[in-house]
Design a protein around this ligand. Sequence first.
Ligand code: HEM
Length: 189
Amino acid sequence: MVPVSDNASILPRLRLETQPYHEALEQNAFNQALSAGNVTPQATEFFLSKLYGFLKPYEAALDAYPFPAEWEVATRHRAHLIAQDLPAVADLPLCPDMPPLRTWPQLLGAMYVLEGSTLGGQVITRQLAKSGISTRTYFTGYAERTGSMWKQFCGLLTAAATHPDDQAEIVHSAVVTFQKLHAWIEQPY
Ligand code: HEM
């Protein structure tokens, strides 16, 4: 028997099942200050330093896996953008409690979260401006390619998630990635 697969449903399912975690992240102190228009340069730098500490080990895990070329994994690296915003990134602590990033579904779930995070960049840049803070390179993300990079990622993910077991593992990994990222962002140094 051919296994039943419903690969078209992975994106709506990811969106729906991770929505509470996205909302929780938007309630984070930095994001609250962002929407209130009273964020400080120090808080912005703290947030960026935390993202750096998560992106570095995440990107190392992506690099350790033989992704087909069309995923453009090297192009999707963004930790080096933070290096343009912050001095001495090499001294920043890295997240010690990363989600498991060994299997293909684990990597795809994490990638959904971190690729999706490029979509908020324009909103964040506008909000930073309200607090008088100039654009940080990191939040410009893929700049004018942001929409097309996301669209391409969604297409590849949908095509890759053909098996229901893989879909469950991808969604689980996305949830765990949101949780670990959030815990790391909240934790003071
Ligand atoms: C590190 C923190 C964040 C992560 C990991 C994250 C992650 C994501 C993900 C995975 C998506 C894709 C949802 C989909 O499937 O379409 C998304 C979309 C989006 N996020 Fe975030 N996000 C973060 C912070 C923020 C913040 C602070 C804002 C607002 C200021 C924001 C605004 C948005 C917007 C506007 C979209 C696009 C919604 C759409 O076009 O349908 N995000 N984000």
